[in-house]
Design a protein around this ligand. Structure first.
Ligand SMILES: [Zn+2]
Length: 481
């Protein structure tokens, strides 16, 4: 039997600035899912990348007084470097300025041709969002996402017949044919659909785009709207332009396609993207998981407030796994979460240095002192209470991960860690020198290391290594307060 396939994507990021920890959160969430299912022996393809055709990039380049190409090159590289900094296991990184993408985006445009028409349009455009807003969607006349005043724009553009798909989309979302997680976001999407879908503008004049972007096929005076272009990355990366085998296997014939995105772009992914796919008669994604935003000391991260947290800096200071741990444990998977340096250090000291680090050091030291040999180890513990605890932990962990509850999966592991601490206090192996107790603890530790693998891959390896060598090395040196 062939392996179950899983296709996981993150949003592709605008390259007008360096990544912040919000970007890091999304990539790490996707990475945990990818690693978890790979360990279950599924064939996983994990994609991330950069969205480079936005007008925002043109404006950012003007500000930095460099060429747009140079700007996107610089920041795309920065986003790629997250791979090493955060230990991400993605299989491919797509840039929307690549030929495989531009060709694919144009092909998809042509596949939607029946639903595309031209008309003159006047509307309020937010460059930050790259989207036209209706008067009623603005808050005090400002973009709800950027709090900036949109520009009034009038030009002749191409439109996509979104209205035609209203009923079909409603049914698809309602019946979870595309499952939107969490439920609250699904309800938001449904109410937006029920409020009535209007056709969307999917091009802009080449003049307004300053020549940057992907030209509309057969009409070089127009550039494909950056969202139509960007969404296409999920299939162009698989080789849609050439109708490759990978595209067939991971998109068309695959029932496990997962998009991981932030709450600000749910409309594009849950409504526009499926409509485009329906129009082109292509397969739909199966699951869309939507995370919240990270605030810093209760405030929105922004350049102007100067409170943007740089993931590279954080990793340099604390290491990769502590950053992964904090974002997955402290930040709610689906709601907004808050970052402060204090919270970070508290989590680090309490859970990593004291909780996990301490247990590993204690058990390995005991095993070394009492010379517990691997030959004395049974594969399964004979202690019923401990065995039951490990089984329960595995169940809870599995259920949590299937529901994208990263924090709950970690809580279940730390429950097991605390259980082991108590077990040591109860059994006092340093006095009794009971080899069976040490053996039980080594077994528990090996289970903990395996459960940690998708979350803290490096730490998991280190624990497994110490179990082999019985050489105790501190995992997380305590931070002074
Ligand atoms: Zn905006």
């Amino acid at each position: 039997m062939s392996k179950r396939k899983l296709y996981i994507t993150t949003a592709i990021d605008y390259v007008n600035a360096s990544p912040h920890i919000g970007h890091a959160l999304e990539k790490i969430q996707a990475d945990v899912i990818a690693r978890y299912y790979r360990l279950l022996d599924e064939e996983v393809f994990f994609l991330t990348g950069t969205d480079e055709n936005s007008l925002k990039n043109v404006q950012a380049a003007e500000k930095e007084r460099i060429d747009v190409k140079e700007l996107v090159e610089k920041y795309a590289e920065r986003f790629y470097q997250l791979k090493e900094a955060l230990n991400l296991s993605f299989d491919d990184f797509i840039r929307t300025t690549e030929e495989r993408h531009t060709k694919g985006a144009q092909k998809l445009w042509l596949a939607c041709k029946e639903d595309i028409y031209k008309k003159t349009y006047k509307g309020l455009y937010c460059v930050g969002c790259e989207v036209f807003y209706k008067e009623g969607e603005l808050i005090n006349g400002l973009c709800p996402e950027h709090k900036t005043k949109p520009e009034l724009i009038e030009e002749e553009n191409y439109f996509f017949r979104l209205s035609k798909y209203q009923n079909e989309l409603e049914k698809i979302i309602e019946t979870d044919k595309i499952q939107i997680i969490p439920e609250s976001r699904k309800n938001e999407v449904l109410s937006f659909i029920r409020s009535g879908l209007e056709d969307i503008c999917i091009s802009r004049s080449a003049e307004r785009a300053k020549g940057w972007g992907i030209p509309v096929p057969d009409d070089p005076t127009q550039i494909i709207w950056v969202w139509f272009d960007a969404l296409t990355n999920y299939i162009t990366a698989l080789g849609y332009a050439k109708d490759s085998e990978k595209f067939q296997e991971f998109w068309q014939e695959n029932e496990n396609k997962l998009h991981i995105i932030g709450k600000g772009i749910s409309r594009f992914h849950c409504i526009y993207w499926p409509a485009i796919l329906l129009s082109a008669k292509l397969s739909l994604p199966n699951t869309i998981f939507i995370h919240g935003y990270i605030t810093v000391s209760g405030q929105k991260m922004s350049k102007s407030l100067g409170n943007v947290i740089d993931p590279f800096e954080l990793v340099k200071r604390y290491g990769t796994d502590p950053v992964r741990y904090f974002l997955l444990r402290e930040i709610s998977p689906t709601e907004d979460g808050d970052f402060t340096d204090e919270k970070f250090r508290e989590r680090y000291n309490a859970d990593l240095a004291k909780g996990l680090g301490n247990l590993v050091a204690r058990v390995i030291t005991l095993a070394t002192k009492l010379k517990t040999q691997n030959s004395e180890l049974q594969l399964k513990t004979q202690n019923l209470k401990l065995k039951e605890k490990i089984d329960k932990t595995q169940e809870k962990y599995k259920k949590a991960l299937e529901e994208f509850k990263f924090n709950e999966a970690l809580i279940s592991i730390w429950d097991l860690i605390h259980f082991c601490d108590k077990y040591i206090e109860e059994k006092r192996p340093w006095e009794t020198k009971d080899p069976e107790v040490i053996s039980d603890l080594l077994i528990a530790l090996s289970n903990i290391a395996k459960l940690l693998k998708p979350f803290l891959p490096e730490t998991s390896e280190k624990i497994l290594e110490q179990l082999k060598t019985k050489e105790s090395k501190p995992l997380f040196p305590r931070l002074s307060s």
